[in-house]
Structures are given as C-alpha cells and as structure tokens.
Design a protein around this ligand. Sequence first.
Ligand code: NDP
Length: 273
Amino acid sequence: MSAKYAVFGQPVAHSKSPQIHQAFAAQRSQTLNYERLGPQEDEFESAVETFFATGGLGANVTLPFKERAYAMCEVRTERAEQAQAVNTLWVENGQLHGDNTDGAGLLGDITRNLNWKLINKRILVVGAGGAVRGILGCLLTAGAQEVVITNRTFERAEELAQQFGIRAVALDALTDEAPFHIIINGTSASLAGASLPLPITILASNAYCYDMMYGEEPTPFMQWAQAQGADVSDGLGMLVQQAAESFYRWHGWRPATVALLKTMRDSSIETSV
Ligand code: NDP
C-alpha cells in the first residue's frame, strides 16, 4: 500500500488541490500521490472508507460532501464542530478525524498575505451558507470590534448569529448601520455573476472588501467595492491557505504559500478547491 492523499468532491475534475499539495511537498523535495476522487452521491461514505483502508493518509473534502464528512468523523476539532462541516480527514489511532481549515485559510490570507488589520475593526459578513459557518469561529478570534452578519434569507443569518453570539442585520436595514471597515462576501452570488444589494453607505473610507469566490476576472462584488474606492481581494489566497492548513495537519510542517499564490495568479489558473 502506498501513501496517498486525495480530494473528494462532485464535480472534482477542475480541482487544483493536487497541484497545490504537490507544490507544497516539492518545497521539501518530496513527491506526493494526491488524486481527485468524485464518487457518486450515494457512494461517498464507502469511497472514504475504502480510501483509508487502502493506504490513504489524508483527504480533503469539498462540495457537496463537507457535512457528510463531518457526520462520518469519530473525532472532530473544535472548529469542525463550530462549522458542522469537515474539509480535512485523516485516521489516527484507528479513528476517523476531521478538521475544518476554511476559517484559518481566510484569516491567514487576510492577515498574512494581504496584511489587512482586523483589530478593532467593524466587519460585515454577507452570506449564511456552509462557507460562512466555516469561517465565523476563526474570524471571531481576530480581535475585531464587531462582526455583523447579513444574508438574503434573513432567518439563516439570525440562526448563525445566535450560534456565534453576534448581531444579524437584514439587508434592507443596512442603511441604518455605521460604516464597516471590512466586508467579506461569503455568498455564491458572484458564481452567477450577480451583485449584492448593498448600500454604499456601509463602506467606511479606506474599506477592505474580500470575495471568497475567485476567478480570472474581478467578481461583481469586487467591482462594486473598487468603484467606491475600497481595496479588494478574491478568495484565491484563502484556497491556498486552507490547503496549507490541511498540509500542516497531515505532515506536521507549514509550507510557504506566497510564491505559489503569485505563480497561480500570474498564470491565471482557473481554480476550484
Ligand atoms: P452555500 O450554497 O452553502 O450558500 C450560499 C450563500 O450565498 C447563501 O447565504 C445564499 O443566500 C447566498 N446567495 C446565493 N446567491 C445569492 C444572490 N444572488 N444574492 C445574494 N445572496 C446569494 O454556498 P457556500 O457557503 O458553500 O459557498 C459560498 C461561496 O464561498 C462560494 O462562492 C464558494 O466558491 C466560496 N468558497 C470559497 C472558498 C475558498 O477557499 N476561497 C472555500 C469555500 C467556499 P440564501 O441563504 O438566501 O440562499
């Protein structure tokens, strides 16, 4: 049985995780067997079991399997519990372990790669799906003055606000809010090329706006923010940083990410987890 790693998703063909993890391993002159696995909907659990029974050492999990991976785990990290979703799997002492590295990936990108300061800042998070559930716990450790959540379906924002002890504000009530220093778009609106109905009054001067989505062109949210004079970033750095966190979990050392991120941006690679 050879040591192997994989990403589970459906679809998974466009995932850049193999290249990212192989590039990390190459930093230590190592090679890595890391493959893409796209089981049918009803075969995810058996595929994971087979993978670990046949030499699998670590697996990433992406859409639509993160919640099912969480359910499979016998041991979970605190941040996986908070997210109720798992993107990193490994076996230890015969038990399936799960972690969620998305929040650490976002925080690492914002604070280390982009050097945006979060301490004492007012942060607005837009969206209340799986990705936002995955980042809130980490975000709340960053020393912000306040983290506020809003979402198209307000009840989902209220639910997360209650779980994480923060304030939810309806989209159409944002005009009553003081300006925010940082806005994080954790919706999938940009996937459909849609913009968000955000009033420009919520942007502080010199605001920073982060779209967790990434692609070759700036997203509609990034274009809106840029037009108001904000600094912007897409989520490519988050993708690389969350992979680095998974890598650290499996191999016990932290790969460098800045050069790889630059290479990926320079070559305009079309990316997905
Ligand atoms: P979900 O399907 O779980 O949630 C989607 C969210 O987007 C919901 O809050 C939904 O609102 C909102 N939404 C969808 N369309 C619109 C719209 N047109 N206008 C306003 N709100 C909208 O998706 P995920 O949470 O898993 O993913 C969200 C984004 O995060 C994706 O773009 C994904 O690519 C990105 N992501 C990036 C990662 C990275 O490493 N960079 C990692 C993980 C995710 P409602 O509740 O009303 O339906």
